[in-house]
Write a protein that binds this ligand. Structure first.
Ligand code: PLP
Length: 390
């Protein structure tokens, strides 16, 4: 279910006032306007229509809400990308009618359901292609050019030529294992280009020109942008960039997600006393400690607790001691802080920004894992703030 933003939430412009859920201990503010603008920036850089990846519940931010805000965004969004039939079913149940591309191999016993949902599957085995062809529905050919995860190996595609000639795909794609590394990306690209050339030659004439070729994820779009190039082929498939990570500096992406939690207790600790499990943090002088209502049970991860900061009233304050399941402690000795105040653990408050990428790096995670982990226990509040500066 998508929590509906209240009027107060809609009026809320991304700062960390008292949360719109007065009863909520911690929540995610998700700025749908920022997501739409990120999609436009990715599209401008790619130079081709894009498949917005919505897998893993929209990278933890809520696939349905993201789909709804983008569904009528215009021609620059060609489709949404999912990883499972269940994800497609959730979008359809919410009334999303856009094209859905499933990039993960399906099992044969999922075909019927996938077809009923209007999913375009990624196929790569002759018997699967023949089985899918009885629906007469579009599908995409998945090529493994070095990721060694899914798809037909680039040097074995020839085995599929007869099948593909009889049942032509709508599209053909590959995926880069290190998209920001020019050398390995170029090698995979060469393999892919060669495969696509040979494939086109065996397709019926009328299908050669309409074939949709795609390969770029966020990091590939950004790497090419740095070289002054756009994406090859007819489509690109950004995911994490839509949610503000990986290519934020290169492409000027906005941070659309903000983790807020409220101060639920405050105490003074004496010199020599410790805070949290293991007693790993010890006060060197009299300190004022605020306890905020989010922890690793909310996906606010425990690693790297020593260097962690939060934002209180627009300024950074240090976190102290280990993050616990439900609570995290801050040293608020040097600032005004009262029970009930709202703290930002990820995202922006005032002029201070804690980007997903830097918070993730601080705890030894990829931004993907951090975002996807934020699904736990946190209600997501959707906002549609106007663009900064407009
Ligand atoms: C997840 C995924 C993407 C998006 O990758 P990002 O790094 O999030 O941009 C694109 N294509 C495929 C096949 C994927 O699995």
């Amino acid at each position: 279910m998508v929590p509906d933003a209240s009027d107060a939430a809609r009026a809320h412009t991304g700062g960390a006032g008292v949360g719109p859920y007065a009863t909520s201990r911690a929540w995610l503010d998700v700025d749908l306007g920022a997501i739409r603008r990120n999609v436009r920036r990715l599209h401008r850089a790619a130079g081709v229509p894009i498949v917005v990846m919505l897998k893993a519940d929209g990278y933890g931010l809520g696939a349905v809400a993201v789909a709804r805000t983008l569904e009528h965004a215009g021609d620059h969004v060609w489709a949404f990308g999912v990883a499972t039939v269940q994800e497609a079913a959730e979008l359809r149940a919410a009334g999303v009618t856009a094209r859905l591309l499933c990039c993960t191999p399906l099992l044969r016993d999922e075909f019927e359901h996938a077809h009923r949902l209007g999913v375009r599957p990624a196929l790569h085995r002759a018997e699967d292609i023949v089985a899918w062809s009885r629906f007469g529905a579009p599908w995409h050919l998945s090529i493994d050019t070095g990721m060694s995860r899914a798809g037909v190996r680039w040097d074995e595609v020839e085995m599929l030529h007869a099948t593909v000639a009889a049942h032509p795909p709508e599209g053909v794609f590959t995926h880069f294992h290190t998209a920001d590394d020019d050398a390995t990306r170029d090698l995979q690209q060469e393999r892919f280009d060669e495969t696509v050339r040979a494939l086109r030659a065996v397709l019926p004439h009328e299908r050669r020109e309409t074939l949709l070729v795609h390969c770029d994820n966020t990091a590939a779009i950004a790497a090419r942008a740095r070289l002054g190039r756009s994406s090859p082929g007819q489509l690109a498939r950004p995911g994490i960039g839509v949610y503000g990570s990986v290519a934020a500096d290169t492409l000027g992406l906005e941070q659309p997600v903000h983790l807020r939690a409220r101060v639920i207790d405050i105490r003074t600790v004496q010199p020599g006393e410790t805070v949290s499990y293991g007693g790993t943090w010890r006060a060197s002088s009299t300190r004022r400690i605020a306890t905020v209502s989010a922890g690793h049970g909310d996906g606010y991860r425990r690693g790297g607790s020593e260097s962690r900061v939060a934002i209180l009233h627009g300024a950074c304050v240090p976190a102290v001691g280990l993050v616990t399941m439900d609570m995290t402690m801050l040293d608020v000795t040097d600032c005004a802080c009262e029970t009930g105040d709202t703290v930002t653990l990820l995202g922006q408050d005032g002029d201070t920004l804690l980007r997903t990428d830097s918070v993730a790096e601080g705890v030894g995670l990829s931004p993907y894992e951090l975002l996807v982990g934020l699904r736990m226990r946190l209600p997501r509040l959707y906002h549609d703030a106007p663009s900064p500066g407009t």
